[in-house]
Design a protein around this ligand. Structure first.
Ligand code: F6P
Length: 319
């Protein structure tokens, strides 16, 4: 292997830059050439390649977003799209590719590998919804952003004695809501993985009020419901003044935490090693602080699990 490529795809996440930097620097350390492929799979098909040097990835480890830009591409889901991507890779002499992204990005990487082009996946998404890793790159930073918001909302919620619904991202996964809810001391956490009863939520609000709680914070995962709809239900059942805060895309930006930078660096380094070892079709992750890799099939076949003990604990702590 003499030349590799790296791209970022799907929703960006803080720490993607640190992962790109690790891939580029590790590859150059091992005397490989590296191409950055801009705008994800769309850029791959369009031939948006640029040779990266050590200095190309200087001063990015602390920046959110991705210097390679990103995109979601429908065209790359087609056979023609995948073939034109491989044509571009061959044209530039690229022999292996590191794809940093979420579930959809992994599916693209798996397709390329099936067509004979070795790809390695790195889990870059705030959602923490990829199997084969305890944490995805960006999840930790997003949590810090959400907690910062919850802390601020708590101040005004207390002053006005209001109920707040805080809607957080996560697509179909409840990890952001669960972790941020526990860390932010939310009274109720609502996630797609665990069914809830409206009467229980209302009961918790009322019993909190009885013992003098000045506010209620409900962290709602976007995969369950829209915050506004949920607030209407709560107002109808409790007659309490309820406000909604949809945190939205601020969760995707910002300076990556030390944890995300270290995770990204470790995973990026391992991705290059795997390509040098002649391996493709692997997704790199971290489990119990060890760097691991699995085939894309293994990753897709493992269901995403939420830590139910954490959920129960959050309920016990917020009685
Ligand atoms: O997958 C990351 C994510 O931020 C999800 O949490 C969210 O549902 C989605 O992307 C939003 O995507 P977009 O930026 O395309 O609106």
């Amino acid at each position: 292997m003499k030349t590799i490529g790296v791209l970022t795809s799907g929703g960006d996440s803080p720490g993607m830059n640190a992962a790109v930097r690790a891939v580029v620097r590790k590859a150059i350390y091992h005397n490989l050439n590296v191409y950055g492929i801009y705008q994800g799979y769309a850029g791959l098909m369009a031939g948006n390649f640029k040779k990266l040097e050590l200095g190309s990835v200087g001063d990015i480890i602390h920046r959110g977003g991705t210097m390679l830009y990103t995109a979601r591409s429908e065209e790359f889901k087609t056979l023609e799209g995948q073939h034109s991507g491989i044509e571009q890779l061959n044209k530039h002499g690229v022999e292996g590719l590191v794809v940093i992204g979420g579930d959809g990005s992994y599916r693209g990487a798996q397709k390329l590998t099936e067509h004979g082009f070795p790809c390695i996946g790195l889990p870059g998404t705030i959602d923490n919804d990829i199997a084969g890793t305890d944490y995805t790159i960006g999840f930790n930073t997003a949590l810090h952003t959400v907690i910062d918001a919850i802390d601020k909302i708590r101040d005004t919620a207390t002053s006005h004695e209001r109920t707040f619904i805080i809607e957080v991202m996560g697509r179909h996964a409840g990890d952001i809501a669960l972790w941020a809810g526990l860390a932010g001391g939310a009274e109720t956490i609502i996630i797609p993985e665990i069914d809830f009863k409206l009467e229980d939520v209302v009961g918790r609000i009322k019993s909190g009020q009885k013992r003098g709680k000045k506010h209620t914070i409900i962290v709602l995962a976007e995969g369950v419901s829209n915050g506004m709809d949920f607030a209407k239900l709560i107002e109808r059942e409790t007659s309490l003044e309820t406000r909604v805060s949809v945190l939205g895309h601020i969760q995707r930006g910002g300076t990556p935490t030390a944890f995300d930078r270290v995770l990204a660096s470790r995973l990026g380094g391992r991705a290059v090693e795997l390509l040098i070892e002649g391996k493709g079709g692997r997704a790199v992750g971290m489990e119990q602080n060890r760097i691991v890799d699995y085939s894309f099939d293994e990753v897709f076949s493992k269901p995403h699990h939420i830590d139910e003990t954490m959920y129960r604990l959050s309920q016990e702590l917020s009685i």
